[in-house]
Design a protein around this ligand. Structure first.
Ligand SMILES: [Fe+2]
Length: 319
């Protein structure tokens, strides 16, 4: 019998198309990974939730039990932060596609990032301390940081980062080293895939979705390796390796905190980036042969600049 002509062989050939980036999984696998994440990952013999929440049942309580107190404290401090309607609308306008004067600063940054690195669709890191790589581009739009605003901290290793995820864009798989931190959803929706180690062939241990007010956590041994994706509507053209920029202003915003093992309370960043701290993280290159690449963390833009851009947009539209 000719195996190649059987219906099951045809289905097998069709499989690659059904396992697209960012996670290269089928719908059935996605469902299984979502169930896995909701059941918790076993730690010290106890199933533990990667998401911090208020227990609503005995099972929930068990899943919250092994979450470190340090992380709960970070989550509690973040728990009332939200993006207001005018902040969300301003960022949407700054991300939306446009030509010439209509092009917002954030779309401009995305285009430059995509041109500089075509391994995955870009996202924007806004540093709440230090300078951003594209602060000079912001100056062309008339937004300059004043000297008084310049943070005494270094440009790498900001402990707090606001991340903006255009719809359908995604990060590579990466590790946060030995840091302890939270990923708190401010606006829109993101998916987070958790892996057991930093390797292209790593086992996927769970998939979760965060919506505003929800918080995921990580530390040096738990949930440190992940990949983030914004599943919102990115427009008519599929975003992926051949098309790195969406055609939409839709986005998700997340607030990230990373503490190094040595700190509590916070101390100034070291003058040189240190390995296994938030100064340097590691990711898996999306392109074959999927090597591990170390990168010194950075910000694209300073929060003080983005805050002014948003306020000006709100003033223009009368909010
Ligand atoms: Fe991350």
């Amino acid at each position: 019998m000719d195996q190649a002509r059987t219906p099951s062989a045809d289905r097998k050939q069709a499989e690659p198309a059904s396992t697209p980036p960012p996670y290269y999984i089928t719908k059935q696998q996605e469902l299984e990974l979502r169930i896995k994440a909701s059941q918790g990952v076993v730690m010290n013999g106890v199933p533990t939730s990667p998401v911090i929440g208020q227990s609503t049942s005995f099972d929930d309580y068990v899943r919250q039990l092994m979450i470190p107190t340090r992380v709960l404290e970070l989550a509690r401090k973040a728990s009332s932060i939200r993006f207001s309607a005018w902040e969300t609308e301003a960022i949407r306008a700054l991300i939306a596609p446009g030509d010439g004067e209509q092009k917002g600063l954030l779309r401009h940054i995305l285009e430059q990032k995509a041109a500089a690195d075509d391994s995955h669709p870009p996202y924007i890191r806004v540093g709440c301390t230090g300078r951003g790589e594209y602060d000079d581009l912001a100056a062309q739009y008339g937004y300059k940081k004043s000297q008084e605003e310049d943070s005494p901290l270094g440009d790498f290793g900001s402990p707090i980062v606001l991340e903006l995820w255009p719809a359908q864009h995604y990060s590579p798989m990466h590790s946060h080293g030995d840091t302890t931190g939270i990923i708190y959803s401010l606006s829109g929706q993101i998916d987070v895939m958790l892996y057991d180690r930093l390797d292209w062939d790593a086992e996927k241990v769970g998939l979760l979705t965060l919506t505003p007010g929800q918080c995921a956590w990580l530390d040096g041994t738990r949930f440190a390796v992940h990949k983030v994706y914004c599943p919102m509507d990115g427009g008519s053209e599929k975003v992926g390796p051949g098309n790195l920029l969406n055609n939409s202003g839709n986005f998700a915003a997340t607030f990230h905190v990373y503490l190094n093992p040595s700190e509590l309370p916070l101390v100034s960043a070291a003058p040189k980036p240190k390995d296994h701290t938030r100064d340097q993280f590691t990711f898996v290159d999306e392109k074959p042969p999927h090597k591990l690449v170390q990168f010194t963390t950075y910000s694209d833009l300073s929060w003080s600049i983005l805050r002014r851009l948003m306020a000006d947009h709100a003033a223009r539209i009368g909010m």
